[in-house]
Design a protein around this ligand. Structure first.
Ligand code: PMP
Length: 376
C-alpha cells in the first residue's frame, strides 16, 4: 500500500496504542471519582495536560481543554468567544480558506446577527495582510485564521496577523492549528486561542485540544457536570489524553527529520509533475512540504483516485471532511481557479515516515493509471 493521505489522518504510533491499552487496562477509573483509584487517574490526566503544554512550548500561558476533536475545539472557540463578547462589537473576521468546522461556525454566527468578513485568498492560498488591516476596526472582536491549509498546505503569516489584530483592534486571534502542529514549528506567543487534533499527529481519533490564553473568557457550548472545571463537561478519557502526550513526544522530536523526508518526496513529485500540460500544481512554493495539491487539467480526479485506490495507492480529491458533498473544493475555487479545476484537484499528503523509494513507485503507478483514463 502507498498511503499519501496523512492530512486526512495519520497512522497512530505503536507507543500511542501501548500507552492507551496499558492505562485502559490498569487505570480505567473515572478521573472524576472521589476514591483513590479515581484520584490516581486524575493525577495521570493532569500529568498529560502538563506534558502536552510543555511539549508544545506553551509556557504556562494557556488553559488547555480536552475535547472530542478539532471540530469541537473550533466550534467552542468561535461560538464561545463571540457569544460572550457580543456586546463589545459584532464584527468578526476569518479567511475564505478555512475548514468547514470554522466556516460553518461563522455561518451560525451570521444567523445570530454578527457581521462576518471572509478575507479573500491570494493565488498562493493565504490572505492579504492589507485586506486584514483594512477590515479591522473598533467593532471587531474576533479574528480566526488557520495556520496551515489542509488542502494545499499554504502557511499563513500568523505572527503578522497577531501583531495587526492587536495593534488595530481589541480583538483576539484564534488559529486552527490542526494541520500546522506536527508539520511546522509554532511560536505560541503570537496566538490567543488555538485548536488541534490528535489523529493528525500520530495520535488517536476523537481527541482534540482547545488552548485559550489565561484571562480570556469564553462561554461554554456544552452543559453538564464539573469536568474540565465545568467548562467542558463529560467524563474525560484519561488514557486517550495520555496517548496524545506520547504521540506529541514522538511526533515533535522527529519533526526536522520527518520534514526533510516529506520535502524529498514533495520535491520529487513536483519535479515529475511540473511543466506538464496535464497538471497544474496548486500548492504554493514555500508551503509545508507535507502537502502537495495538483490540479488535473484533462482528467477527472474522482476517476483517477478510484483507479489508484484499486492498486492500494491512497490520495484524496479534497479534504476528507467534505469529500462526499457535491461540487468542487471551495479552497481551490477561492484561490482563483475555475469550477472545473476545483473538482479535479488531488491532494497527496505525507507524514515524513514513508519508506525509501515509495515516491518513485507512486509516480510509476500514477502515470500508468492516468494513461488508461480517457482525457476530458
Ligand atoms: N481543521 C482542519 C484544518 C482539519 O484539517 C481538520 C481535519 N480534517 C479539522 C479541523 C477537524 O479535525 P477533527 O477530525 O479532529 O474534528
Amino acid at each position: 500500500m502507498i498511503y499519501f493521505d496523512s492530512a486526512a489522518t495519520t497512522k497512530p504510533y505503536k507507543e500511542v496504542l501501548e500507552t492507551f491499552n496499558k492505562l485502559n487496562d490498569e487505570l480505567f477509573a473515572n478521573p472524576a471519582s472521589s476514591h483513590l483509584f479515581g484520584s490516581k487517574a486524575n493525577t495521570y490526566l493532569e500529568k498529560a495536560r502538563n506534558q502536552i503544554s510543555s511539549l508544545l512550548g506553551l509556557n504556562d500561558r494557556f488553559n488547555l481543554y480536552f475535547t472530542s476533536g478539532a471540530t469541537e475545539s473550533n466550534n467552542q472557540a468561535i461560538l464561545g468567544y463571540c457569544r460572550r463578547h457580543k456586546k463589545e462589537g459584532n464584527k468578526v473576521i476569518t479567511s475564505s480558506l478555512e475548514h468547514p468546522s470554522v466556516t460553518n461556525a461563522f455561518k451560525e454566527l451570521e444567523k445570530e446577527g454578527f457581521e462576518v468578513i471572509y478575507l479573500n485568498s491570494s493565488k498562493e492560498g493565504t490572505i492579504s495582510l492589507n485586506e486584514l488591516e483594512n477590515a479591522l476596526d473598533n467593532k471587531t472582536i474576533f479574528v480566526s485564521v488557520m495556520g496551515v491549509n489542509n488542502e494545499v498546505g499554504s502557511i499563513f503569516p500568523y505572527r503578522e496577523i497577531y501583531k495587526l489584530v492587536h495593534s488595530k483592534s481589541k480583538a483576539v486571534f484564534m488559529s486552527d492549528l490542526t494541520q500546522m502542529i506536527g508539520k511546522e514549528k509554532v511560536d505560541f506567543n503570537y496566538i490567543d486561542m488555538f485548536s488541534m487534533s490528535s489523529h493528525k499527529v500520530g495520535g488517536l481519533k476523537s481527541l482534540g485540544l482547545l488552548g485559550v490564553v489565561k484571562g480570556i473568557n469564553i462561554d461554554q457550548i456544552i452543559y453538564g457536570g464539573e469536568q474540565e472545571g465545568g467548562f467542558r463537561p463529560g467524563t474525560v478519557n484519561m488514557p486517550l489524553a495520555c496517548s496524545l502526550a506520547t504521540a506529541l513526544r514522538i511526533n515533535l522530536s522527529s519533526l526536522d527529520e520527518r520534514r526533510k523526508r516529506a520535502k524529498e518526496i514533495n520535491d520529487y513529485l513536483r519535479s515529475k509533475l511540473d511543466n506538464n500540460p496535464l497538471f497544474e500544481i496548486a500548492s504554493p512554493i514555500g508551503g509545508t512540504p507535507f502537502i502537495l495539491n495538483i490540479i488535473l487539467k484533462h482528467t477527472k480526479a474522482s476517476v483517477l483516485v478510484e483507479a489508484l485506490s484499486k492498486r492500494e495507492v491512497y490520495v484524496s480529491t479534497r479534504s476528507a471532511c467534505s469529500s462526499h458533498s457535491e461540487g468542487g473544493s471551495s479552497v481551490i475555487l477561492n484561490m482563483g481557479y475555475s469550477e472545473f479545476d476545483s473538482k479535479n484537484a488531488i491532494r497527496m499528503s505525507f507524514n515524513g515516515l514513508e519508506q525509501k523509494g515509495v515516491e518513485q513507485e507512486f509516480i510509476k503507478i500514477f502515470f500508468e493509471e492516468i494513461g488508461k483514463i480517457k482525457s476530458i
